[in-house]
Design a protein around this ligand. Structure first.
Ligand code: TYD
Ligand code: MG
Length: 456
């Protein structure tokens, strides 16, 4: 049988070449050619103008109000936080992509979910192209201590896409995990496993088979720190749901969030802790993070919103004289540009200059806060660190939230009442926020007013 022919298509300009080139002859971009299967030629005699289609009658559009609404029944993974981020569980027949850097715990999370599903008498299949069946068994044994039925999950250690598709077709699992999408390869494409062309083809064919047999497929994908090399990003448009598992490998906290969800919200976050028997849900992360807050100079508590629930996290700053020019600006857990903005506003509108000092800002616990409400917490933490004055005590750290405007004003952010409520629930110092202070200057005065006697 002749090999189906493939073409190399530029992902920037769409130019097609029979062979791979490092530089696209069409637009001159480098490394943009991706191998794809050549489009099947229409049978001779087919009318290119679609006369046959017209003869068969045009399809009739349906008014939206007449469309039958479907409520999806969900499969619970037995992991509350995962179900919540998914929007209530796995939707049968859907395609989910779970991305994260290596070692973060993707195999652990999927292994546990599959164990729970198997325990609930669901048909499962775990396909691993990364580890041998024996290695997977070792992990499952660790997970069994965490009380799930991980050893009951049928596994297939395989990297050949055709074999995997055949297995899905034959066994018809309700849920199938592919760990990872980068290790499978379609034999009819020449690209190496994990290349953009391969990853796209693998995902597209898995999707077709999965939809035809009604299997829910969870694709595990590695993302590198700087985004993705041939990574899950190229699949985002194809799948129903993209979950991102983040955190730092050395730390125990992990957060799971949805970047895209056709069946639910994208603002939910689940917090986990990696322990000996697998991942443990952190049901009350606020209590955890506030309990660990130091209340020392440079520490404040941010009342953040993670989707529908408030979350208290500690933000720490350190300001120290620098020997290098330009001085360091190091952040973890917030956007680096946001720090630059906060420092500029602090200097210009509140006389808190950090010009020649190194500034480090850290959201404790490896959590990421991607919301403008974090501005005020960063500003107060930096001001507190710079003056060496504690804004609260270990028992009653200062809570705050609010966005900084370029003219030094505080801007409101979503759900102020819920944030204040959460801070009060944990007995924090009266929170400083846009509802109590209109400008950064006011906020600093309010924060330091109560603080100075404590520090003295
Ligand atoms: P893993 O799920 O293999 O990560 P990924 O699939 O994302 O690459 O697990 C990552 C780490 O978690 C690994 O270094 C070992 C650790 N781990 C635990 O601490 N406890 C456990 O019960 C398990 C299964 C793993
Ligand atoms: Mg893994």
């Amino acid at each position: 049988m002749a090999r189906p022919s493939t073409v190399h298509v530029c992902s920037v300009c769409g130019h097609a070449e029979a062979r791979w080139h490092g530089q696209c002859p069409g637009c001159g971009e480098w490394n943009t050619l991706v191998e794809e299967r050549a489009p099947a030629r229409a049978a001779s005699g087919a009318n290119p103008n679609g006369a046959a289609r017209r003869a068969a009658g045009a399809p009739t559009p349906v008014a939206l109000r007449d469309v039958q609404a479907v409520t999806h029944s969900r499969l619970s993974t037995g992991i509350g936080e995962l179900d919540r981020v998914l929007g209530g569980g796995l939707v049968p027949g859907s395609l989910v992509l779970l991305g994260g850097s290596p070692g973060i715990g993707k195999s652990t999370l999927t292994g546990m979910a599959m164990g729970n599903l198997a325990g609930a008498d669901r048909k499962t299949l775990y396909v691993s192209g990364e580890e041998s069946a024996a290695q997977i068994r070792l992990r499952a044994e660790r997970l069994e201590h965490g009380a799930c039925h991980a050893l009951d999950v049928p596994v297939l250690a395989e990297t050949d896409l055709d074999a995997v598709l055949a297995a899905i077709d034959a066994h018809r699992p309700e849920v199938c995990v592919i760990d990872s999408v980068q290790t499978l390869h379609a034999p009819d494409l020449t690209g190496a496993p994990g290349s953009v062309g391969q990853v796209r083809e693998v995902a597209a064919r898995l999707m077709r088979t999965a939809k035809s047999v009604g299997t829910t497929v969870v694709l595990v994908g590695h993302v590198t720190k700087d985004g993705a090399i041939a990574g899950p990003r190229v699949l985002e448009h194809l799948v129903d749901c993209v979950l991102q598992f983040e955190g730092e490998r050395e730390r125990t906290y992990r957060t799971l969030r949805a970047l895209k969800n056709r069946f639910g919200s994208t603002s939910e976050t689940g917090v986990f802790e990696m322990k000996q028997g697998g991942l443990v849900e952190v049901l009350d992360p606020s209590a955890r993070f506030v309990g660990e807050a130091t209340g020392k100079p440079g520490s404040v508590v941010l009342a953040a919103m993670e989707g529908s629930r408030p979350l208290l996290v500690e933000v720490q700053a350190l300001v120290s004289p620098s020997e290098i020019v330009p001085p360091r600006r190091v952040v973890t857990g917030i956007d680096r540009n946001r720090l630059a903005l906060v420092l500029a506003v602090l200097g210009r509108h509140a006389n808190v200059g950090t010009g020649t000092a190194d500034v480090f800002v850290n959201v404790v616990g490896g959590v990421r806060v991607d919301e403008p409400g974090a501005d005020l917490a960063v500003a107060l933490a930096v001001a507190s660190a710079q003056r060496g004055v504690a804004l609260g005590t270990e028992d009653r750290p200062l809570a705050c939230f609010g966005e900084l405007g370029l003219t030094g004003e505080l801007r409101t952010v979503g759900h102020p009442e819920r944030r204040v409520e959460e801070a009060e629930k944990f007995g924090l110092r009266d929170p400083v926020h846009p509802g109590t202070s209109r400008t950064l200057r006011h906020a600093l005065r309010a924060a330091f007013a109560a603080a100075e006697p404590v520090a003295a």
